[in-house]
Design a protein around this ligand. Structure first.
Ligand SMILES: Cc1cc2nc3c(=O)[nH]c(=O)nc-3n(C[C@H](O)[C@H](O)[C@H](O)COP(=O)(O)OP(=O)(O)OC[C@H]3O[C@@H](n4cnc5c(N)ncnc54)[C@H](O)[C@@H]3O)c2cc1C
Length: 433
């Protein structure tokens, strides 16, 4: 699927659901003659309907159902769609409340009625939901709070949704009298609510889960550590470079669930991840004990699709720990010689930060892949000129990027500017936020 497709499909998806909701609402109005007398009231109702439609849909994207990947591609894209839907939902919740306030300005009794809590239960549900959505969305966009706190606060979105549902179902409005609208919105909210329950409480048990046990923990340098795991029962089936969510059943690490790329291939019996210390969790993970059981959910991701399906020559660019998906892809080359030419640019700060340099040098030589180690401490950040100097006819290649977000963003921009087609540049994103 081309890179821009998921975005376009999502816009169509949002427009479709929003139009159906608004269409049913407008169809149920006997007349719009009063629109000119109370325009803000009409706008407030319409904004509320757009808000609840989008907020309901946003929970569906958190379920990690494989079917979502068929429509939108990478799980990271699905999370971005989730984010876009939440933004639209929150903006329209604010508009819904603002339009009602504007409408009631010239009627002091009505204004007090809308503003003050305790006057009417249905409005109180709405007030609680409004405050929760605003607070939680504000927190969601703060990059300052640590990830685990961010994730914990994010779970309360379900509560905000519950109050929104109570508000919609109990308030005296078109939703009460227009039965088609009522059932349509209750249907959407139920799907959203059930998705939320699945994500928060049931995914742990019903998600695509396998059990493994840690067989080896090996530090490669002061930052990077590899963990090998063996299956208990049926092993995981996966493509090269896919990623998994892991929860180690360990008192040292805790049961937090974190995503990591797989560095082995399905034919290996063991499953391996390689991680760099970043925060509290990865610091503790270095002290994991052999014999620890681990729950694994997945696999997810389509990063290797181009590698597997596209015969064009490829350039692989890895920055730091972003090398992990390529370790799996390289191992895949051993058993499945694919015909296209390949270039591998491994970018690290220095030789000390490059635990895979020697391994890659040897492996790429075995597979006739042109390998270059780029050290930013000596050579500065990797640039389009550097790529041009190493890769002949560089515009007509497929680019696979995995590394720090900023590095990938800049490279993507420069490659597009230099004439590389948009869908010939794909990247693996290590962020789901
Ligand atoms: C698809 C994918 C593949 C990844 N593959 C690798 C890999 O092969 N090797 C590697 O070293 N790192 C990988 N990561 C990143 C890894 O998940 C984070 O480095 C790790 O979770 C950091 O946790 P922390 O508590 O130590 O750091 P923190 O300082 O708490 O987190 C740093 C950042 O990591 C991300 N993160 C933290 N916890 C989670 C979580 N539970 N779920 C999702 N994202 C989280 C957030 O963006 C956060 O801002 C991958 C991430 C993703 C999304």
């Amino acid at each position: 699927m081309k890179q821009w497709d998921w975005h376009n499909i999502n816009i169509l998806w949002i427009l479709l659901f929003t139009s159906v909701s608004l269409g049913i609402w407008a169809y149920g109005k006997t007349s719009f003659a009063f629109f000119w007398y109370t325009p803000w009231l009409y706008l407030a109702q319409a904004a509320g309907i757009v808000a609840i439609t989008n907020m309901s849909l946003t929970f569906v994207y958190t379920t990690r159902f494989k079917i979502l990947g068929k429509f939108f591609g990478e799980l990271q894209h699905v999370y971005r769609i989730h984010k876009l839907n939440s933004i639209i939902g929150t903006v329209f919740i604010v508009l819904h409340v603002s339009f009602f306030m504007i409408h009631s300005i010239s009627y002091p009794t009505l204004f007090r009625y809308y503003l003050l809590p305790g006057s009417y239960w249905a409005l109180d549900y709405g007030r609680i939901s409004f405050l929760l959505f605003i607070l939680l969305t504000g927190l969601s966009f703060s990059n300052r709070i640590p990830y685990h706190i961010w994730k914990m606060t994010h779970k309360f979105m379900g509560l905000a949704m519950l109050f929104a549902m109570l508000h919609v179902v109990t308030v005296t409005s078109d939703v009460k009298y227009n039965m088609l609208l009522r059932y349509w919105l209750i249907g959407l909210m139920s799907i959203g609510g059930l998705s939320c329950i699945y994500t928060l409480f049931l995914y742990r048990f019903w998600g695509p889960k396998k059990k493994y046990v840690v067989s080896k923990v090996q530090a490669l340098n002061s930052d990077v550590t590899e963990i090998d795991m063996m299956p208990i029962g049926k092993p995981l089936k996966y493509d090269p470079a896919q990623f998994i969510f892991l929860s180690f059943l360990s008192s040292i690490v805790g049961k937090e669930v974190h995503p990591f790329s797989i560095t082995t291939i399905e034919e290996d019996q063991k499953l391996q991840i390689s991680f760099k210390v970043l925060g509290d969790y990865t610091k503790k993970l270095r002290h994991l004990e052999v014999g620890t059981e681990v729950d694994i959910w997945g696999p997810y991701g389509t990063f290797s699709e181009k590698y597997l399906l596209d015969n064009r020559d490829q350039v692989w660019i890895a920055g730091g720990i972003g090398v992990t998906p390529f370790l799996s892809i390289l191992k895949h080359q051993n058993s499945h010689q694919l015909t296209s030419n390949k270039w591998f640019l491994y970018c690290t700060r220095s030789m000390e930060d490059a635990p895979y340099h020697q391994y890659l040098e040897k492996e790429t030589e075995n597979h006739d892949i042109s390998y270059h180690h780029h050290q930013s401490n000596d050579q500065g950040f990797i640039t389009i000129d550097y790529i041009r100097s190493q890769v002949p006819d560089f515009q007509n290649k497929v680019y696979m990027l995995s590394g720090p977000t900023l590095m990938m963003k800049l490279l993507q921009k420069d490659l597009h500017r230099s004439g590389v087609t948009f869908h010939h540049v794909i990247h693996e994103d290590f962020s789901l936020r």
